[in-house]
Write a protein that binds this ligand. Sequence first.
Ligand code: ZN
Ligand code: ZN
Length: 351
Amino acid sequence: MSDVKAYAAQSETSGLAPFGFQPRAPRPDDVSIEIDYCGVCHTDIHFAQNDWGRTLYPVVPGHEIIGRVTAVGSDVSGFQVGDRVGVGCMVDSCRQCSSCEQGLEQYCREGMTPTYNGTDRHDGLRTYGGYSERIVVSDRFVVRVPEQLDPATAAPLLCAGITTYSPLKHFGVGPGHKVGVLGMGGLGHMGVKFARALGAEVTIFTRSESKVAEAKKQGADHVVVSTDPEQMAAVALNFDFLLDTIPVHHDLNPYLETLKVDGTHILVGMIEPIEPTVHSRNLISKRRILTGSLIGGMPETQEVLDFCAEHDIGCDIEMLDIHNINDAYERMKRGDVKYRFVIDMKSLKDA
Ligand code: ZN
Ligand code: ZN
């Protein structure tokens, strides 16, 4: 088989450039997918630049993948050639631990196999992500994309979407609840759409007065400028849930004070360790819960796609040709995208 065309980073400073690799030999449970669209996640930048010190070069990023099935293995019954499908942040797990048995593969005791920068559990080969013409994935880690969804705006549902949908569902957000969304990037704007679709009253917290109009446009019922102490005081003891998508260090204490008794502050951005320190008083005095959530399992990833088809929800995207990916990374670092870049993979074929 000929090389698969892709884009890879070769080092911390190389940026992304064309790259070819041999696809793995398909196994009986495998689905072969021709990729049409791939969303660009902040995690992709972190791995391309080795921000977390565990990048295996060359790395082909991309874990918001939408494509069409081109072949299936002999054991695959749920997918057929031509089906529109998606692949998210993981492509395998142990499949035997209690988390895997519950369809919570993201919490696999042995650790999930990430879609890229991982090692295949069977053949030991590197996993390569969605900035690529094709991908081969075990059927358990492939989801069906309803035909009524626009495939490009659906791509970010595989990471940004499921990451915000899963905790809202897990904690039972629904009508009558007041939800605050912290951060208004790719994740935050999806959180607003989901919380509203689930029937909650939604407030966006933003640091800057200049973003208030955009927050309202995103469908928020209310906007709080978090740098204004008066506005923060006005929402003390107000919220049932906070969905915290801010990807950098920030003081949780002022936000905790906006939660009611038994209110829950959910972190989905990796900001470890939490600084400044969280005051125990802010938890104990009102029995508040501080928790976190990682993407979602495979059954719930299918659920979020079906939910979006039913409620006509898609991500707000800017389409990108793959040869502009390095510029796109620079723009994302400046927060200059509304709200997610999605690579049109035709641009890779034409390259
Ligand atoms: Zn992601
Ligand atoms: Zn497991």
